[in-house]
Design a protein around this ligand. Structure first.
Ligand code: MTE
Length: 335
């Protein structure tokens, strides 16, 4: 629940109903009304949407990624204490260990990552396994811009305007079977492109996972861009997961495989240090990392402002949207 302190500080986040931006909603409704008037079926609807997006795409400059914009203002207005982290910091202060363990390494080295051609294999407990190329992925659902807080397990945070679609759109398309309980995300591990793989800091490839209902939550996003442009390589091009109520390491970069499983997947950080990095890794100011407190965080870019740390919020401030996923669970045990 939202505490009175959070309410006083103005840290209350919009409700789930605010997450689908009005413009997206209205565009979908208008499309459906047109279809209903013309008696067209669902297949035609998806073609109509595709055509509309193709027209937008034809008019944008290379490197840019068009998206429906309405979330920017609704989120910024609701979170008085949040401003988007400058683009320069979002794209130069990164964790992407496949390119090195220093924050500046990915921006300096990730130019060797080849993002086209790119295929994502979707497999496991689904009725419709498929291999989708980047073009098909980009067109899978309308692109939305969403501004999310990101909290790294190391104790720093940012606010990033992502572009992408809800993971739920992809999940519905592949039709999980009754056995599907978890979703495993595997990211690229190619030593020819990724100098960091020489270090055995993790057992490559980088693997992360979610429970199926977490992956279906409307906040869970597959991102293809940020700040109105195609995702920079250091941020996980050409597509990366974004799960804003969990520590950043749950959001795998440069995804090549999505597998639906019955058993909880073995995830890289959990395998490397189970006591420090749990499978759930929900942002939780009351459950400390064994080596440091998680009660506060340093907002990247705030450094000029007395280096003040700000309180970390339960579920990173998204409790209203995701708290029910964990009803009755002991979050100190399932950290
Ligand atoms: N994905 C891969 N493949 N490799 C990584 O090292 N680091 C994670 C996550 N995804 C990581 C990854 C961590 S620890 C964080 S905090 C975020 O990516 C950082 O995302 P950003 O650099 O875009 O801010």
């Amino acid at each position: 629940m939202i505490s009175s302190r959070e309410r006083r500080l103005g840290l209350v986040h919009p409700q789930a109903s605010d997450i689908t931006p009005r413009a997206v909603f209205e565009q979908r409704r208008a499309l459906m009304q047109r279809m209903a008037a013309g008696g067209a079926g669902a297949v035609l609807a998806s073609w109509a949407a595709r055509d509309a997006r193709a027209q937008v795409a034809a008019t944008v400059a290379p490197g840019q990624l068009p998206a429906l914009k309405s979330v920017r203002s609704s989120l910024a207005g609701a979170l008085a204490s949040d401003t988007a982290t400058p683009h320069k910091l979002v794209t130069t202060y990164n964790n992407y260990y496949e390119f090195g363990t220093e924050k500046a390494d990915p921006a300096r080295r990730a130019h060797t990552l080849k993002t086209e051609p790119w295929t994502v294999s979707i497999e496991g407990e689904v009725r419709k396994p498929m291999k989708l190329d980047l073009d098909a992925l980009l067109k899978l659902a309308p692109m939305e811009e969403r501004i999310y807080r990101m909290r790294c397990v190391e104790g720093w945070s940012m606010v990033i305007p992502w572009i992408g679609w809800s993971m739920a759109d992809l999940i519905r398309k592949v039709e999980p079977t009754g056995n599907a309980k978890f979703v495993e995300f595997t990211t690229l591990a190619d030593p020819a492109q990724m100098p960091g793989l020489r270090s055995r800091v993790l057992d490559w490839p980088y693997v992360e996972g979610l429970r199926l209902d977490e992956a279906m939550n409307p906040l869970t996003m597959m991102a293809f861009g940020l700040y109105g442009e195609v995702l920079p390589k250091q941020n996980g091009a050409p597509l990366r997961l974004v799960v804003p109520w969990k520590y950043g390491f749950k959001s795998g970069k440069s995804i090549v495989r999505i597998r639906f499983t019955e058993k909880q997947p073995a995830t890289s950080w959990n395998v490397a240090a189970a006591r420090e990095y749990g499978f759930y890794s929900n942002v939780n100011p009351k459950v400390d990392h064994p080596r440091w407190s998680q009660a506060t965080e340093r907002r990247i870019g705030d450094d000029g402002l007395l280096q003040r740390r700000r309180p970390t919020l339960m579920f990173n401030g998204y409790e209203a949207q995701v708290g029910q996923l964990y009803a009755g669970m002991d979050l100190a045990k399932f950290y």
